[in-house]
Design a protein around this ligand. Structure first.
Ligand SMILES: *Cc1c(COP(=O)(O)O)cnc(C)c1O
Length: 481
């Protein structure tokens, strides 16, 4: 519990920051918490389970209670225990923010929002009229829409989209303008899993006289596989909706900044409170519970995804498997360089990491090009049993989706073509079910896809002659579902 640690004045000016758990506000606990606080040497999962989850100082409850109160008693005017009004701060949100600041290596303070998009909104509101943003071209669809339609059309913030994977250094440098305030990186990108070299972009930003901040949307890898702040980024953004909560039952977002950015965090904290897109206490509690298992889940996601990617590579029905953890991925070495220290330590235990390229677990997202374009990809998706056809990602359950027809249908066709979002492209969010079951599911769906093509083709011919066109769709439907 963080009672007594923070003061949350509505003007957002006088806050203690949510430090990363190494200092604490538990003096009131007879010295109990002071001697049992997390240590700097504690590993990823130790922090995930303990930071922000200290036993309740009043009751001793091992799991923090959910504090639903919207307002907090004051003993005299302006004198309170650190909380006034729940939009400005509440115990569950504070506990989660403290946890996130400690899980994101190099983090000093974290702020949570009602969604990843609300976090995006707060960061872009901070840029202000007349500011310019340089963004990776293959950015998350909702971020693209926010940059174009909200920041661009309503807030006077212009964005240039650049292929930060392929562009030469000079090209990126010269795309930075006098008024560039922010470089927006996402890596790997969605859905084509382009890998951006974070330290390379940071060094370009630092060299440029405009000194833009560098933000990394770390949603796809989570703090387990990637530590952008350690690589020099100024802000990390997450959709907690995905891996960090991990159970597909909370929509939430966060930003995390390193300890030296005190003005930046105060500005963002002001916007968090003033714009008001805050998460509920209940959702904060759920997300904290989810985050406790982030380490074990990310290892399982990575192992399952790598095993499945290797099998998919051998399949005749598959044109291309995109998974940066495969030795054959063109950015395999860049991806490995960017892996967090704790994930490298785990991977090195079982993998020879001395070669130039090698297979290693790298998150749970795989994109696959199915031979035969949309019709084949659509049939494949319908044949899956364990992978549910649905948008989103990062939950314990496996999901599959068709970017061109679902998550990225809002992009103009020309833009989709440029980015390689073709009709045959399928995105898999590999869950943590038993890996062999997932492989069997995908292989069977690939095989059945072809069977259904030929047998529905046969049915088509038979039905067409005997019953006519009207019952055709019924016949085909029965065949493929
Ligand atoms: C989902 C997602 C977002 C947006 O987050 P929401 O919680 O859905 O608002 C931003 N970036 C990436 C990479 C995402 O996957």
């Amino acid at each position: 519990m963080t009672v007594g640690m923070d003061s949350h004045h509505a003007n957002g000016s006088a806050h203690a920051t949510h430090t990363n758990g190494y200092s604490n506000g538990h003096q009131e606990l007879n010295g109990y918490a002071a001697s049992k606080s997390p240590l700097k040497s504690d590993g990823f999962s130790t922090l995930a389970i303990h930071v922000g989850s200290e036993p309740d100082p009043v009751t001793g409850a091992v799991i923090p209670p959910i504090s639903l109160s919207t307002t907090f008693a004051q003993s005299s005017v302006g004198v309170h225990k650190g909380y006034e009004y729940s939009r400005s701060g509440n115990p569950n949100r504070d506990a989660l923010e403290k946890l996130l600041a400690s899980l994101e290596a190099g983090g000093g303070s974290a702020l949570t929002f009602g969604s990843g998009s609300a976090a995006t909104g707060a960061v872009l509101a901070m840029i202000g009229r007349g500011g310019h943003v340089l963004s990776v071209n293959d950015v998350y669809g909702g971020t693209w829409r926010y940059l174009k339609r909200v920041a661009g059309e309503l807030q006077g913030v212009e964005t240039t989209f650049v292929d930060l994977e392929e562009a030469a250094e000079e090209e990126i440098y010269s795309a930075i303008r006098d008024d560039t305030k922010l470089i927006w990186i996402e890596t790997p990108t969605n859905p084509t899993l382009r890998v951006v070299d974070i330290p390379a972009i940071v060094s370009i930003a630092r060299r440029h006289p405009s000194k833009p901040l560098v933000l990394v949307d770390n949603t796809f890898l989570s703090p387990f596989y990637s530590s952008p702040l350690i690589l020099g980024a100024d802000i990390v953004l997450h959709s907690l909706t995905k891996y960090i909560n991990g159970h597909s039952d909370v929509v939430m977002g966060a930003v995390i900044v390193p300890p030296h950015h005190t003005q930046l965090i105060e500005r963002l904290r002001f916007l968090q409170n003033a714009m008001g897109a805050v998460p509920s206490a209940y959702d904060s509690w759920l997300a904290q519970r989810g985050a406790k298992t982030l380490g074990v889940r990310m290892r399982a996601h990575g192992e399952n995804a790598l095993a499945l990617a290797k099998v998919l590579q051998q399949r005749p029905e598959v044109e291309e498997v995109i998974y940066p953890g495969l030795a054959t991925h063109k950015r395999n070495a860049v991806a490995w360089r960017g892996v967090s220290a704790h994930a490298k330590k785990w991977i090195s235990r079982t993998t020879d990491t001395s070669a130039d390229t090698f297979d290693f677990p790298y998150g749970g997202m795989i994109s696959v090009r199915i031979r035969g374009g949309y019709p084949a990809a659509g049939r494949f998706l319908e044949q899956l049993r364990l992978f549910t056809l649905a948008e989103s990602l990062g939950g314990v359950e496996s999901l599959a989706e068709h970017p061109a027809g679902m998550t990225h249908s809002g992009l103009p066709e020309e833009q989709r073509q440029k980015l390689g979002i073709s009709g045959g492209l399928v995105r898999l969010s590999v869950g943590i079910e038993d890996g062999d079951d997932l492989i069997t599911d995908v292989v069977k769906a690939l095989e059945r896809k072809w069977a259904s093509v030929s047998s529905s083709g046969l049915k088509y011919a038979v039905k067409w002659r005997s019953l006519g066109n009207a019952s055709l769709s019924v016949a085909v439907r029965v065949q493929v579902t």
